[in-house]
Write a protein that binds this ligand. Structure first.
Ligand code: SF4
Length: 264
């Protein structure tokens, strides 16, 4: 009988596939497996290298979450599922009186992901306001200044709930919420992430230094080895301290050079 396509050829290969699948499923937010099914069905669920069921021949180099014709088909489905999960989340103290949840927004084949701390809104709540009404205007200008169109950027926050009463979420909220942004990164696979603000920079780099020391250089990304993080100041800080714009401009220029394929 002919061997099935993609059938593991050795014990080592089986272990390699299991390890790859577990890593892939964790990145997709799957923490628990049903007891039934057995190893064979488990191995047949999805090939982490191709995003297609094992046993089916991969056509081309489609990434997980990306349809064969280049459109992000299941990425949209994964992000929609994530949004529903966020809307129902009660994982930290913010859930009790949040103004609402603010999902990420932007191009699914983004060249740059921007991750801020949280959406701060003190008037009426709007789920489209990512960082804050004035902060979003400033962010749009920053992206345009480095030549990025809106569809080339995906913007999101480390903390998905918009807190009531101007409350400032703490690191416990950021830790509780971290799996959501990690999963956005796993789905979208951005090559470069700009972390704006102390919380975002600390969570994404896993480093405890103050932002003033972290900013200005590319650093490894805690949730995704394939991405680099440029920590910089949040537009909220720039609105209060315009003199900090020069430092942020320098960080954005480093991102622009990296996007152009020049060293950071
Ligand atoms: S901030 Fe995050 S962890 Fe906390 S309730 Fe909102 S979605 Fe859940």
């Amino acid at each position: 009988m002919a061997a099935a396509v993609n059938a593991p050829r050795s014990g080592y290969e089986v272990l390699r596939r299991i390890r790859g699948l577990i890593g892939f499923h964790r990145a997709m937010g799957i923490e628990v497996y049903p007891r039934s099914g057995g190893m064979r069905r488990f191995l047949e669920m999805t090939d982490p290298g191709t995003g297609v069921p094992a046993g089916q021949k991969a056509k081309g180099t489609t990434r997980p979450g990306q349809a064969a014709d280049g459109r992000t088909g299941s990425a949209g489905t994964l992000l929609r599922a994530l949004r529903q999960e966020v809307a129902a989340c009660t994982g930290c103290v913010l859930a009790a009186d949040r103004l609402g949840v603010v999902p990420g927004r932007g191009g699914r084949g983004c060249r740059l992901m921007v991750v801020g701390d949280w959406s701060a809104q003190d008037g009426g709540f709007a789920g489209e306001i990512l960082f804050g009404p004035d902060e979003d205007v400033m962010l749009g200008k920053m992206m345009a200044a480095i030549g990025l169109a809106p569809e080339e950027v995906y913007v999101t926050n480390c903390i998905k709930c918009c807190p009531a009463g101007g409350r400032e979420p703490d690191s416990a909220c950021a830790a509780a919420c971290f799996s959501f942004v990690s999963r956005e990164i796993a789905v979208l696979e951005p090559p470069i992430i700009c972390a704006m603000g102390d919380l975002a920079a600390g969570m994404l780099t896993g480093r405890k230094e103050p932002l003033i020391r972290l900013r200005g250089r590319f650093t490894g990304c805690r949730p995704a080895a394939s991405a680099v993080v440029m920590p910089t100041f949040h537009p909220r800080l720039l609105l209060r301290n315009p003199e900090m714009k020069k430092a942020v401009w320098s960080d954005l220029q480093a991102i622009r050079r990296r996007l152009e394929g020049k060293s950071g």
